[in-house]
Every structure is written in C-alpha cells, then in structure tokens.
Design a protein around this ligand. Structure first.
Ligand code: ADP
Length: 418
C-alpha cells in the first residue's frame, strides 16, 4: 500500500498502526529525506511542489514493487494520490473532484450549479479596494482562505470594521503559508445553528456514512477552533437522514466516488447546509474514536477499502464515544501540563494524549493549527462520554509563559515586545 503524506502529518502514526494491525505493508511517500521519523526517512522521497516529478518517482517504484492501493492522507496529497491511482489502474476519485473538494470557492460554485443549497457568497480580492467590495457583503459574514483547513484563517465579522481588520489578518497569514491562492478569499453569510461532522466511505460512488458527530459547544465565532465531538448523534432520525442525503448530494456534485470523506454541516430551520466535504479522513488522532464504535480505527477502514480487500465489517457497538481536541489556552511557550493523571482517572476516559511538549510555542486560532492534544472517552451513553470529557478537561492545567520577541532593526537598540 502506498500512503502519500506531507512530512508533518498527524495521521502518519495512525496509518502505521492500522497497517500493523491489518498486516498490510505500507510505503510512505513524503518529503522527509532528512526526517528523524523512520517512516519518512526510509520511505519514498518526493517533492510535493513538483507533482509531475512526484508521479514519475512513484510510478518507477510501482514498476519495481506494485502497489495494491494508494491513500492520500491530507488535503495536500489527496489530488496527487488520485492521479497516481488512476495511472496504476486502482480505484480513485477523479482528480478534478478532489480539487473541487479542496478549494472552497470551486466547491461552493459546484454545489450551487447542482442545486445543493449554499449560503450567499463571493470572492474578495485582497489587492482591490476592500471598502468597495464590502458593499456586496451581508453581515454577519464568514471570511475564509480558499485552501487552508482546520478552520485556520476562518473569521466571523459582524460589521465593516471587523471585516477590514479580518481581511488584513487573513492576508498576513496567507503571506506566511505555502498556498496556491493568497490574494483571494471567500466571504459568505454566517449560517446560524448547530453543527455536526460526518465521516463516510465511498465505494463506487455509494456513500456509507460511518458516523455523525455532534459538536455540543456552540461555534459562533469569531474563530472556529474545534473542541468536542460526540457520537452517536442525538439529532432526531429525520435530521440525520437529511444530513446523510445532503452529504451524498455534495459528493455527487463534486464527482467524488472512492475512499474516505469528512464533511461538516450546519443545521437550522432552513435545513442542512454543507460547510465542506473533504476527500480525506478527519484530522488529528480522531480516527481512534472509531475503535469504540466499530472495533476498527478509521485508518484501518481506509486501508482495507484501498486494498480492495473485502470491506472490514464494522460492528455497531453500544454506547457513546467522544473526543476533545484540547483548545489552545493562550499564546506563548508551553511550560508544563498539570493534571494529566487526574484527567486520565476520570470515569469513562480512555486516553489523554498531550502532543505538544514543553518549550514549544502555542499559537491560538485563527493563525494556529496544532491541537495541544486529544482526550478520548467511551461510556454507556454519549451524554456520559461528553460529561467525562468536560470533567477531564477541567482537571488539565496548562502553564504558558508569555512569548518575548527580540526585535532588532538595523541601527536600533534591541527592544523586547511581548
Ligand atoms: P476548514 O476547511 O478550514 O475547516 P470550513 O469552511 O469548514 O473551513 O470552516 C471552519 C468552521 O468555520 C466550520 O466548521 C464552522 O464552524 C465555521 N464556518 C465556516 N463557514 C461558516 C458559515 N458560512 N456560517 C457559519 N459558520 C461557518
């Protein structure tokens, strides 16, 4: 199995573990020539910025040692994975469909063309007069980069002043990122209501919804850092059916046919709205949650699907499961994390996994991207799982030192700014 991953992907360990459990041989293709992570260092070295070169490198390797499937772990690699799989005659999504799923402007356009409801939206060009462009905006409005993920750079604005400040802030963020579009962003109506995440698996265009996660904390902005996910969903059956149908409509509209999808939807009196459907799994370590529900991690299900082996049959297990993506408490340098044992000892908590180590810088949303860690719960009911996560979170205490930057302009004395 070939797994194509950016060198900093969170998902690598999850795919390695899954391959181990299934007895599948995996080769990682990544940019990790000098990586200390052996999966990258010993894997196939490619340059993700040179798609054609990367495809040739992979095809040469495939001629030497054929692959039975190809998986792209993150947004940065799903298009490449689709193209490689097509060349090798393996199940794949059309690369145009993967591109639409990755680009928020193209996704909105396609959904609208296919009659799937979308909020009022349009592109903002950061190089043009923003005051003039703001005239077409209806407040509250959500501004977002076209290709980042994990809610990075997504900002709600309620008036023109906030709109202007947010545009400049997103522009600064995009200038520091390797993105294909740094001059244009999307502005769309804020959709009120509750939010769910949906994980599904496509096979030959048929969508199998694996889980619907409720997000019990309201996501009202101005920033949209994720926190709690709880499953099974407590929404009524009719709403869940509408969610499945809407996500299915979006996959059809984009042209997605194979492999995992991760969708986010909002629900209000007007029905179910697609925020996004990405052609990949959920981020972080969240795939582990599926073990509690199905007996398999999400990554095991993905590998099994990609090997075209008989699909693993997830067994529905009773009970509720949840994850807390630990929010960043403040900007600064992480000094230490207290209360991990106490959090671990909360009833129904399965695991507390702190990923950021002492001395590392914490950057809150909307510029930040990394979660401090994850807490997993499994309980007889979803409500108990959520309560356990909240209790565990309350026991964690993050000691963060302020960050002092030394600015030195030529000829100036050194000055410290906090
Ligand atoms: P990303 O791909 O970076 O996660 P999304 O478009 O999915 O970007 O937006 C991230 C989050 O921002 C969503 O999960 C949601 O909470 C919020 N959001 C995005 N667009 C809207 C909108 N139009 N109305 C309300 N909330 C939104």
């Amino acid at each position: 199995m070939l797994v194509i991953a950016p060198h900093s992907s969170y998902r690598t360990t999850a795919f390695l573990d899954a391959a181990d459990l299934l007895g599948v041989d995996v080769l990682f293709a990544s940019e990790g020539k000098y990586s200390v992570v052996s999966a990258y260092a010993d894997g196939l070295h490619i340059d993700l910025k040179d798609t054609e070169g990367a495809i040739q490198t992979i095809l040469r390797e495939a001629a030497r040692c054929p692959f039975s499937g190809v998986v792209g772990t993150d947004d940065a690699t799903t298009e490449l994975a689709a193209r490689v799989a097509r060349e090798l005659g393996l199940p794949h999504n059309p690369s145009a469909a993967v591109k639409i799923a990755r680009r928020k402007d193209l996704a909105r356009k396609r959904l609208a063309e296919k009659g799937v409801p979308v909020p009022h939206h349009h592109l903002i060009d950061l190089r043009q007069s923003l005051t003039a462009q703001a005239e077409a905006v209806r407040f509250p409005c959500v501004l977002k980069p076209l290709t980042l993920s994990a809610s990075r750079g997504v900002i709600r604005t309620n008036d023109i002043d906030q709109f202007l400040r947010a545009c400049s802030r997103i522009g600064q963020l995009l200038n520091t990122e390797e993105v294909e579009e740094r001059n244009r962003i999307l502005a769309e109506d804020f959709i009120s209501g509750s939010e769910v995440a949906v994980e599904g698996m496509l096979r030959g265009g048929e969508l199998d919804v694996l889980a619907i996660f409720d997000k019990p904390d309201p996501l009202e902005g101005p920033y949209f850092e994720e926190t709690y996910y709880v499953t099974p969903s407590q929404l009524d059956e009719a709403t869940q059916t509408e969610i499945r149908q809407r996500v299915n409509d979006a996959c059809d509209a984009y042209g997605l046919r194979e492999g995992p999808i991760h969708a986010e939807c909002r629900i209000n009196d007007d029905g179910v709205w697609i925020l996004e459907v990405a052609a990949r799994t959920i981020g972080g370590l969240c795939g582990r949650l599926f073990r509690f529900g199905t007996g398999y991690s999400l990554e095991e299900l993905v590998l099994a699907h990609a090997t075209v082996s008989p699909l693993l049959r997830p067994a529905a297990r009773p009970g509720g499961a949840g994850v807390l993506m630990i929010p960043t408490p403040a900007a600064g340098i992480l000094r230490r994390v207290e209360g991990v044992l106490a959090a671990q000892n909360v009833r129904f908590i399965e695991e507390v996994s702190i990923l950021v180590r002492e001395g590392y810088q914490l950057v809150p949303w909307p510029e930040g991207s990394g979660y401090l860690g994850f807490v997993f719960a499994h309980a007889p009911t979803p409500q108990q799982a959520e309560a356990a996560l909240r209790q565990a979170h309350a026991k964690l205490n993050f000691i963060v030192a302020p960050l002092w930057k030394l600015d030195q302009s030529p000829g100036d004395a050194v000055s410290a700014t906090g």
